[in-house]
Design a protein around this ligand. Structure first.
Ligand SMILES: *[C@@H]1O[C@H](CO)[C@@H](O)[C@H](O)[C@H]1NC(C)=O
Ligand SMILES: *[C@@H]1O[C@H](CO)[C@@H](O)[C@H](O)[C@H]1NC(C)=O
Ligand SMILES: *[C@@H]1O[C@H](CO)[C@@H](O)[C@H](O)[C@H]1NC(C)=O
Ligand SMILES: *[C@@H]1O[C@H](CO)[C@@H](O)[C@H](O)[C@H]1NC(C)=O
Ligand SMILES: *[C@@H]1O[C@H](CO)[C@@H](O)[C@H](O)[C@H]1NC(C)=O
Ligand SMILES: *[C@@H]1O[C@H](CO)[C@@H](O)[C@H](O)[C@H]1NC(C)=O
Ligand SMILES: *[C@@H]1O[C@H](CO)[C@@H](O)[C@H](O)[C@H]1NC(C)=O
Ligand SMILES: *[C@@H]1O[C@H](CO)[C@@H](O)[C@H](O)[C@H]1NC(C)=O
Ligand SMILES: *[C@@H]1O[C@H](CO)[C@@H](O)[C@H](O)[C@H]1NC(C)=O
Length: 511
């Protein structure tokens, strides 16, 4: 500059015509290209070669302050530069004004780079959009946005050729979601290259956005019986098949407006929710299953009918009737919800009038003891025939009784063998048995080694609360060797008789 000034001075000295020298004066501005960060300030030096300049300065819409001056220059501070503008630096020299323009370019580096996936959860085979935008970046002509999917460049966009007014620093692409895209990450890189304008290269990256894919096309399937008994625990199940990721499905189940607490479990691409329900209100209700995954919700409902069906009540006037007495057995159904309940008491001659109990009158006999009586109630609910059965066991009381089968009157023991008296009397309550011989009690519980002196006639007495009965039992003890010899004797005799008959026959046939 000093060299230049020296040259100008030299020129002025060499050329004596001052008018010509002044016509050749120049106006210059420093810097010759201004790049200002948004909101920052700029110092401008406007100078001239005119040896004795007239009025000079700068013309700008920006707020300016003169911060220094010399005979041939003026320096200004421009504050809060927020817009591109053109500034004029002018000087007049001997009545001639010259000016020079300075273009001021405001820049703002990309600070925030935003990537958005819309929607964040995408169904397989559906389209989604990836948008990258950079708020407050300028100048757009020098911006490049690059969308990346897992480090792979998806789209690069620059804004050089497009009309500025209609533009925003934004790039959007539509993609069809495929399984391989699940959990891949999307990001965006913004670059502002101001090298050609005397600035640097600014760049910034967005945070990663992870794409989530899902598949959820089938509605839930409910498994519940259409009839539920009031107060009874019942398992209901809701299944969602072909769903991904199954672990992230949320399932809510309701009976009417009461929410159930299901237990969830998964296998592959299927999820089940099982819940135990206990319906408390009779009538029509609705069981529903609401499954949701990401943005999708699917609901299935099924009507259920809640019925009440208490089991029939089977009763006897007397729990322990005596044999020979007449007892009345009744079977009644509690308040049944249907108008057509049916009670059938096993053994009763005919069906009772609806609403009346079924009854059966029977002469309790010894044979009835231990017998079971049953009563079946049936109810038609929503076209379905339901039945319940009640059973009671008869306990008929009767006096002790000996039967030849349970207590034989003649019993043969084998000498030397361990033997017991075989006698079980009948009776209810179970009778107590006592056997005696010549006033001494014979211990029936202990097995005896049979001896000759066991051959006696015992007197056995069976006793219960209703009475007692006695029976004589004759025990005969036989010697083992004597038994064997008698068998041999029998065989010998049979052989002899057969021989005699044979001889007689031979003589008769061949006389
Ligand atoms: C302004 O520019 C002129 C001419 O180049 C120079 O002589 C002067 O020193 C400059 N002023 C400042 C403050 O830099
Ligand atoms: C910056 O923008 C200017 C004006 O549009 C252009 O001339 C220049 O080539 C751009 N530079 C880059 C690196 O894009
Ligand atoms: C993004 O994807 C790339 C390529 O698959 C992988 O290397 C990188 O770890 C991923 N980043 C995150 C945070 O998941
Ligand atoms: C859930 O319910 C279904 C259908 O009732 C049944 O098959 C399955 O065993 C149940 N699972 C569990 C764990 O209870
Ligand atoms: C048995 O009981 C039923 C119901 O209590 C009654 O209607 C019936 O008359 C009774 N029968 C007899 C023989 O007592
Ligand atoms: C029960 O026994 C009585 C008298 O022993 C008799 O009159 C009655 O008919 C019998 N009832 C039945 C149902 O057998
Ligand atoms: C009667 O029912 C009871 C159980 O209720 C059972 O143990 C018994 O064996 C039944 N008796 C007959 C004769 O069926
Ligand atoms: C029966 O008992 C009486 C008195 O206890 C006794 O005198 C008699 O000998 C006994 N008879 C036999 C056959 O043992
Ligand atoms: C029966 O005879 C045996 C000997 O053969 C004797 O020891 C026993 O005491 C006798 N028992 C009675 C009850 O007389």
């Amino acid at each position: 500059m000093e060299m230049l000034l020296f040259g100008v001075w030299a020129l002025l000295i060499l050329i004596p015509d001052p008018g010509a020298a002044e016509e050749r004066f120049e106006v210059s501005v420093w810097p010759d290209q201004a790049l200002v960060k948004y909101g920052q300030s700029l110092t401008v030096n406007c100078s001239t070669t005119c040896p004795d300049p007239g009025p000079g300065g700068i013309e700008t819409l920006l707020k300016k302050t003169e911060v220094g001056k010399g005979p041939q220059w003026k320096k200004f501070l421009l504050e809060d530069v927020t817009q591109n503008s053109i500034l004029q630096c002018f000087f007049s020299c001997a009545g001639i004004q010259k000016d020079i323009n300075l273009g001021i370019t405001v820049y703002q580096p990309p600070e925030q780079v935003i990537v958005e996936l819309q929607p964040a959860w995408v169904a397989v085979d559906e389209a989604f959009t990836v948008t990258c935008r950079v708020p407050r970046v300028t100048p757009l002509e020098n911006l490049t946005l690059t969308l990346l999917q897992d480090d792979r460049e998806l789209r690069r966009k620059n804004f050089r050729s497009l009309a500025m007014a209609s533009q925003r620093a934004e790039v959007t692409i539509n993609v069809k979601a495929q399984w391989v895209d699940d959990r891949c990450n999307f990001s965006c890189r913004a670059e502002l290259d101001l090298n050609s304008r005397g600035g640097g290269l600014f760049h910034s990256n967005s945070a990663l956005q992870i794409l989530r894919l899902f598949e959820f096309s089938q509605s839930p399937q409910l498994r519940v019986s259409s009839l539920l008994e009031v107060g009874m625990a019942e398992t209901v199940s809701c299944k969602v098949a072909r769903v991904f990721p199954a672990e992230e499905v949320m399932i809510h189940m309701f009976l009417g407006d009461q929410e159930l607490s299901p237990f969830l479990f998964w296998e592959g691409d299927t999820i089940w929710a099982n819940a135990t329900i206990r319906a408390m209100e009779i009538g029509d209700q609705e069981l529903s299953c609401l499954a949701s995954l990401g943005p999708v919700e699917q609901k299935t409902s099924q009507p259920v009918y809640v019925y009440s069906f208490p089991p029939p009540v089977l009763e006897m006037e007397e729990m322990y009737p005596l044999a020979g007495t007449e007892i009345n057995v009744t079977c009644s159904g509690h308040i049944l919800t249907s108008s057509s309940p049916t009670l059938r008491l096993q053994g009763a001659p005919d069906l009772p009038v609806p609403g009346e109990p079924a009854w059966l009158s029977l002469n309790a006999s010894e044979e009835d003891d231990g017998r079971n009586l049953s009563c079946e109630a049936s109810l038609e609910v929503q076209g379905q025939q339901l039945s319940k059965t009640a059973v009671i066991q008869l306990h008929v009381l009767y006096k002790p009784r000996f039967e030849e089968s349970g207590c034989p009157g003649n019993q043969i023991w084998v000498e030397g063998m361990v033997q017991m008296l075989a006698c079980v009397p009948k009776g209810n309550p179970t009778p107590v048995l006592m056997c005696t011989w010549n006033g001494t009690v014979f211990d029936l519980e202990v097995p005896q080694k049979a001896t000759w002196n066991h051959s006696r006639t015992y007197c056995c007495t069976a006793t219960n609360q209703l009475g007692s009965v006695s029976k004589h039992i004759e025990v005969l003890v036989k010697g083992l060797d004597k038994g064997v010899s008698s068998i041999i004797l029998v065989i010998f005799r049979v052989a002899f008789v057969v021989g005699v008959i044979y001889m007689a026959l031979i003589r008769n046939i061949w006389p």
